[in-house]
Design a protein around this ligand. Structure first.
Ligand SMILES: Nc1ncnc2c1ncn2[C@@H]1O[C@H](COP(=O)(O)OP(=O)(O)O)[C@@H](O)[C@H]1O
Ligand SMILES: [Mg+2]
Length: 258
């Protein structure tokens, strides 16, 4: 089993969009894939299903000590989904307390799922430091740091470095991390320049960029995976390329993107 954490310091950079599309791409290559929403926004489900949100999900299963698998949502997509769940504020607080008290909760629960050896688990996280991010970084074998090509995202790099160092880099079961620059727009000079600077700085840890493309919000509005909504779009092409790159990084293993 390989666990990939999708992380960022800032919100609205495309983590949830990327998590859903990556999960679907992986599942379509035949890998057993599970996407888990660790963000109280409970937004990952929107990419998979038009069903009305319910309380079933990660929080309810954990608080009721039920197997997580019982709360996997049927999506009609090959990628399975464990939503966060639409829960009361008191449940969110209780869940976050559990996360703080049991730093290995996510790691142990994922092992307890007894997924096949070739399974991939994708963890969507809320922005910035939190108990969710700590759990995700402590459990993952690889991490993708999602950024926009702007000065605000650039300024967050030292913080992400510190967190990766603390929770990932010293673990022998951690392969590597990589950067995804999203919403690149070459018609805007500054955006294009920052994307270039980031690419140079990240070197081999730079994933192929994902361009700004209306197909992404449009696919979300129709609860579809971008590759189904508009297979010929720039976004579908970009997301496909990144998924392939990540798959190689996971299968080749430690040091591949160093
Ligand atoms: N490459 C892109 N092109 C255009 N819109 C995008 C792109 N990536 C993400 N978006 C839009 O940006 C918004 C934030 O994306 P989201 O995945 O929810 O970010 P996060 O999970 O990091 O908060 C959404 O409205 C999404 O449709
Ligand atoms: Mg999100």
């Amino acid at each position: 089993m390989k666990i990939i954490a999708i992380v960022s310091a800032k919100g609205g950079v495309g983590k949830t969009t990327f998590s859903a599309n990556l999960g679907t791409e992986f599942a379509r290559t035949g890998l057993p894939t599970v996407a888990i929403d660790l963000d109280p926004q409970d937004a990952l489900r929107l990419h998979f299903s038009a069903q009305a949100p319910g309380p079933e999900g990660l929080v309810q299963a954990t608080l009721a000590a039920l197997p997580w698998r019982q709360h996997f949502l049927r999506t009609g997509n090959a990628c399975e989904l464990l939503p966060y769940g639409r829960v009361q504020e008191s449940s969110r607080e209780a869940f976050e307390q559990v996360l703080r008290e049991q730093p290995r909760l996510l790691q142990d629960s994922l092992q307890g799922l007894r997924l096949p050896q070739d399974a991939v688990v994708i963890l969507d996280t809320p922005p910035g430091p939190s108990a969710y991010l700590t759990q995700a970084l402590s459990a993952c074998n690889a991490a993708v740091v999602v950024l926009l090509s702007d000065a605000a995202s650039y300024a967050t790099l030292p913080m992400m470095q510190t967190l990766l160092k603390r929770y990932c880099l010293s673990r022998s079961d951690f392969s590597d991390y990589a950067y995804l620059v999203n919403q690149v727009d070459h018609s805007r000079q500054l955006n294009s320049d920052v994307a270039y600077v980031m690419r140079m700085q990240f070197g081999a840890r730079s994933l192929a960029p994902v361009h700004q493309d209306q197909a992404i919000p449009e696919a979300l509005a129709s609860n579809q995976f971008v590759g189904d909504y508009d297979p010929l779009s720039r976004a579908a092409h970009d997301l496909g390329a990144v998924s392939e790159q990540l798959l190689r990084m996971l299968t080749v293993g430690a040091g591949s993107a160093a």
